[in-house]
Design a protein around this ligand. Structure first.
Ligand code: ATP
Ligand code: MG
Length: 371
């Protein structure tokens, strides 16, 4: 019995007894067939003036011309007008003729006028006497790679902006708490000291009503500063960790908006590093903000579960839902930001909703991406 690693030829394809090779293998014809059938590269010949002489399947697929439509035409047909105006096609041939070969990356034009990002190699062909007889041109469509690189760049930028935003929020929260908060507290103490002096100097208590009003107002401002600072960077997240911060967030939404939120957490949070904690916190915060802004829901349920090597998080409301198949509003970034945060943690996010059916966000996070 033959194993998959056995390299001996099968009996029905063994060479004849004396070992003579009877195949009709003709290298030139086979080579031409090979070139013609290649799909991923446009491979063709130009004459010394740059007119197309041959055409393979890849060229037809990438550039959109049938062989009879392009053979005999000058290869500058593949270049955008600005390159033709700059005489780029001729310069490439001149360089290839001089140096033997030229490689280039840039936009090229298909038959239908659309552009693609091409990697192009032009090689000069010379006869035995060294006379230039034409060029071989190999073109590869790199548009997908370019788009992928652009996407990666946009994602890196977005991660950078998000991190910068968190830093900025942290420093504003610190300034508000440490600077403005302290100054207000000191102002309040000074007014209290002034009151004590005035009482000592024999002022009647009822004449202090104004300053007591000011003290009460300062208390309100201090509470506002604390609330704003906590919203920017909840101290509980740094002090007590992610799950405690989500509990604080949920009770804040219950209190401020009367939202009926149930929170169901199972497992522990050992796996979450500071960045992952902040990302998950922001995700829940955006989801609850969306419920308040868009859902008109009577109930919201948040569940966080820890399985062996992953966390799942679901946030589900029973509100009016949304048509997710419709176009995204140009100024809506919340769901997009959630997706980015989850992607940076190596996880997967899904949104499920339809009008009248509530809104559900499901997140799956691998434990090893959260440190
Ligand atoms: N819980 C929800 N219930 C109903 N519709 C929702 C819910 N969450 C989001 N949506 C819909 O999805 C859209 C996109 O949400 P997203 O958070 O991305 O943007 P936004 O809240 O409109 O703006 P922002 O950029 O300030 O977050 C919303 O405009 C809303 O129509
Ligand atoms: Mg939103």
């Amino acid at each position: 019995m033959r194993s998959s690693c056995d390299s001996s030829p099968p009996a029905d394809r063994a060479p004849p007894g004396d070992g003579a090779v009877t195949s009709a293998f003709t290298p030139d014809a086979h080579f031409r067939l090979l070139v013609e059938s290649v799909e991923d590269y446009a491979i063709f010949l130009l004459d010394a003036q740059g007119n197309v002489g041959t055409w393979n399947n890849g060229a037809r697929r990438i550039k959109g011309y049938e062989a009879h439509e392009i053979i005999g035409r000058h290869f500058s047909a593949f270049y955008p007008p600005e390159d033709i105006a700059a005489r780029k096609p001729q310069k490439e041939l001149d360089t290839a003729a001089r140096a033997g070969r030229v490689e280039d990356e840039g936009w090229r034009v298909r038959k239908d006028g659309s552009r693609f990002w091409a990697n192009v190699v032009v090689t000069a062909l010379r006869d035995a006497k060294g006379e230039l007889i034409g060029f071989a041109k190999v073109t590869r469509d790199m548009t997908d790679r370019l788009r992928l690189a652009e996407l990666q760049h946009a994602r890196d930028l977005s991660a950078h902006v998000q991190a910068a935003l968190e830093d900025e929020r942290t420093s504003i929260a610190r300034e508000l708490h440490d600077d403005l908060g302290q100054q207000l507290a000191s102002l309040k103490m000074q007014i209290a000291a002034l009151d004590a002096e005035r009482v000592g100097a024999g002022f009647a208590r009822h004449s202090l009503r104004d300053t007591q009003g000011i003290q009460a107002q300062i208390d309100t401002v201090i509470a506002s500063v604390r609330r704003i600072a906590a919203g920017l960077r909840p101290p509980v997240l740094d002090d007590l960790g992610l799950f405690a911060a989500i509990e604080w967030l949920v009770s804040d939404f219950r209190r401020r908006y009367g939202l009926a939120v149930t929170l169901d957490i199972s497992g522990d949070e050992v796996g979450f590093g500071p960045d992952a904690s902040m990302s998950v916190f922001r995700l829940v915060q955006e989801a609850l903000t969306n419920v308040v802004r868009h859902a008109d829901a009577s109930k919201v349920r948040i569940a966080i579960r820890c399985a062996k090597d992953r966390y799942t998080l679901t946030i589900q409301d029973d509100g009016r839902g949304a048509n997710l198949a419709g176009p995204r509003a140009a100024n809506a970034f919340g769901l997009l930001g959630m997706g980015e945060r989850v992607r940076q943690l190596g996880g997967v996010i899904a949104f499920q909703s339809s009008p009248g059916e509530g809104f559900r966000i499901s997140v799956d996070l691998p434990l090893n991406g959260l440190g």
